[in-house]
Design a protein around this ligand. Structure first.
Ligand SMILES: Nc1ncnc2c1ncn2[C@@H]1O[C@H](COP(=O)(O)OP(=O)(O)OP(=O)(O)O)[C@@H](O)[C@H]1O
Ligand SMILES: [Mg+2]
Length: 368
């Protein structure tokens, strides 16, 4: 069983707390993505699993075994780095075989594993070439191949696609997912790119400033972000936020801001608190709609400033009450700069946050 378990794990470099009291259960054979902005502690977390970084406090396990003091070579992991270096003077075959030779794996076994890895990664026809005779994407596959031949219990990958151009990145993303399905092994994958995280992760762990914010499936993070950080980090373009005030009473509670009016969303009826209180409302660009919407909605008034045509949709940068609002609407509306817009958001898509704690308000049961 190749689970990976962080129990109150911290890592300090002098005064810098790179990872702060991390608790995370990575399940056997899952594709776990660690995501967050630069410097949030992703690489450090991965390097602790690999044994390349000592743990300052806490317990780290692979399966049942505590690995705090187990040397890297005895951890049964393989790591693919952002800047992988292939041996330029060796053929692809020898690059793939090299790590196994160092470990004195019998030759017949090396040949079999190299052959299989090359087949999985579609490298068989390049096997006798040198790295300089391959494209960037093919070289990246060789770097993955060197990890595969090790047959580790856990694959660790640190931004392995960052050296590839946009098109190759999408292709290689799919290749890595196929690899995961085929090998059925635990993968821990680090990226700062939330789109990569959303498209690849079975689950995603979002980090910020050394602290784990939330762990969940891509849909859980998208639908129910636990705080403003996750709400703003996951989703592209980012969620819009506005401050509103709670007014009215009984069944007529409304949230209002300078350019926004929202009947209280049923899912927040219990948690909305008292009249006069301020809240932060969040709504995603893709949930704003022009034209009629069935049922109760939030209404946002804004003036279109810049319109980016995307084909079937258009991305609108608008302003309302001196704030930028980003909306994605059907391009059939042909919005022009200067147009006054009445944008609507279905109430079930509205998110609310406590301005003091930045936590999302708890969802309640919706009766209807
Ligand atoms: N060897 C080190 N000595 C001192 N500080 C370090 C060391 N390694 C990392 N740090 C600090 O620890 C924090 C976390 O670094 P880490 O490399 O884990 O970030 P990251 O999330 O991988 O960022 P990026 O997306 O830029 O790769 C940063 O503040 C970094 O400056
Ligand atoms: Mg990093």
């Amino acid at each position: 069983m190749a689970t990976v378990t962080f129990e109150n794990v911290s890592k300090r470099f002098g005064d810098v707390v790179a990872v702060d009291d991390l608790n995370l259960d990575i399940r056997d054979a899952e594709f776990m993505v660690l995501v967050g902005p630069s410097g949030c502690g992703k690489t450090t977390s991965l390097r602790m699993i690999a044994g390349l970084e000592e743990i300052t406090a806490g317990t780290l396990r692979i399966g049942e075994r505590v690995i705090n003091d187990v040397p890297p070579k005895d951890r049964d992991i393989a790591m693919v780095f952002q800047s992988y270096a292939l041996y330029p003077h060796m053929s692809i075959r020898d690059n793939l075989a090299f790590g196994l030779k160092l470990r004195h794996v019998p030759k017949a076994q090396i040949d079999a594993r190299v052959k299989e890895a090359a087949a999985i990664l579609d490298l068989t026809r390049y096997i006798d070439r040198k790295p300089r005779e391959l494209s960037g994407g093919q070289r990246q596959r060789v770097a993955l191949g060197r990890a595969i031949v090790r047959e580790p219990a856990v694959f660790l990958m640190d931004e392995p696609l960052s050296n590839l151009d946009a098109k190759l990145r999408v292709e290689t993303r799919a290749n890595i997912l196929r690899l995961h399905q085929r090998l059925n092994t635990t993968f821990v994958y680090v990226t700062h790119d939330q789109i990569e995280a959303m498209t690849m992760g079975s689950r995603i762990a979002v980090m910020n400033e050394g602290r784990l914010q939330q762990v969940g499936t891509p849909q859980e993070l998208y639908d129910r972000p636990i705080n403003r950080f996750v709400a703003g980090f996951i989703g592209s373009p980012a969620m819009n936020f506005t401050t509103v005030e709670v007014g009215g009473s009984g069944d007529n509670i409304t949230l209002t801001g300078p350019n926004i009016t929202i009947p209280v969303p049923p899912q927040f009826h219990e948690s909305i608190g008292t009249t006069g209180r301020s809240l932060i409302v969040g709504y995603r660009p893709e949930h704003l709609q022009l034209g009629p919407v069935a049922g109760a909605t939030a209404v946002v008034n804004a003036k279109a400033e810049v319109v980016e045509y995307l084909g079937n949709e258009e991305l609108i940068h608008a302003s309302g009450a001196n704030r930028d609002i980003v909306a994605i609407v059907d391009s059939a509306y042909r919005v022009r700069p200067g147009d006054m817009l009445e944008l609507r958001v279905p109430l079930e898509k509205v998110q609310l946050f406590d301005p003091d704690t930045n936590f999302a308000l708890p969802f309640g049961a919706v009766n209807n």
